[in-house]
Design a protein around this ligand. Structure first.
Ligand code: ZN
Length: 275
């Protein structure tokens, strides 16, 4: 892809200093489209439009390539391309979201650039979040629940799938190295609301666990102390990270086991907290 002055101006909005064309490598990649994918899901045109805005400026990585490591590239521009001559399985005009991407040329990414030029790296994986997920047959919401229709099954000549709409965020994209003989294509990963729910549940569980560790530490008698020292200690404990709490708990357990084998030290230790 030729780096015109217009492209250069767009890229330089994202760089810390002005770059010239010789320092940059620019290429295009297909991010996603409105075709029903292998997970029986598809984006609406509106969703693709939202993604086109959200992906500008997002950096991606080249993974699964130990030789090149995780080298980053940034999307500096996106556009939707409609093909009126091609219909999707859902009977709509085919639309795809394309990204224009730049990398700053370095000695270490020389090989990678050659590979991209040779068309070896073709599969793009994206991750985003959609507020709306509906059944293509009955229109029921599939946010955390399922209607009677099954994805992939045919209902009166129509293959059931999930329609993804109302994109709230685009998280990342990555360029995955695939062997040249494998059909070039786009692999999509969606962070849906269920994933957000799962994450919230996980955070809840972590918080509950943290509280239980604090309770254990209290039970071990270290927070029974009254007055300023007790208060300071109590505050310090409640501000600790989970890892610090676990560490403290295990130290207390080992202290307590020493204490119980040497009862005469026990009262000594405890009285330190009481005074
Ligand atoms: Zn349905």
């Amino acid at each position: 892809m030729e780096i015109t002055n217009e492209i250069l101006a767009k890229i330089n909005k994202f760089t810390r200093r002005e770059h010239n064309a010789d320092e940059l490598f620019v290429f295009e990649a297909l991010l996603c489209d409105n075709e029903i994918d292998r997970d029986n899901e598809r984006f609406t045109k509106e969703a693709l439009t939202q993604l086109s805005t959200l992906f500008v400026g997002k950096t991606g990585i080249f993974d699964h390539n130990p030789k090149s490591g995780n080298q980053s590239a940034r999307i500096f521009s996106t556009y939707l391309e409609t093909d009126n001559t091609r219909k999707t399985s859902a009977g709509e005009d085919y639309i795809c979201l394309k990204a224009q991407i730049y990398m700053v040329r370095t000695e270490s990414n020389n090989d990678l650039i050659k590979e991209i030029d040779a068309g070896i790296k073709k599969e793009v994986s994206i991750s985003c979040s959609c507020r709306r997920k509906v059944c293509s047959i009955c229109g029921a919401s599939r946010k955390g629940k399922q209607c009677s229709h099954i994805n992939g099954k045919i209902y009166s000549n129509s293959r059931c799938h999930t329609i993804l709409d109302d994109v709230t965020d685009a998280y990342e994209w990555s360029f995955v190295a695939v062997p040249a003989q494998v059909e070039a294509g786009v692999k999509k990963h969606y962070g849906t609301l269920e994933n957000v729910d799962a994450l919230e549940k996980l955070e809840e569980s972590i918080e509950l666990y943290r509280k239980s560790v604090i309770d254990d530490i209290r039970r071990m008698g270290c927070l029974k102390t009254q007055g300023a020292v007790g208060k300071t200690f109590s505050n310090a404990v409640s501000n600790m990270t989970l890892n610090e709490l676990i560490q403290l708990k295990s130290e207390l357990i080992s202290e307590n086991s020493k204490v119980s084998s040497k009862p005469q030290l026990s009262s000594g230790n405890m009285s330190q907290f009481k005074t």
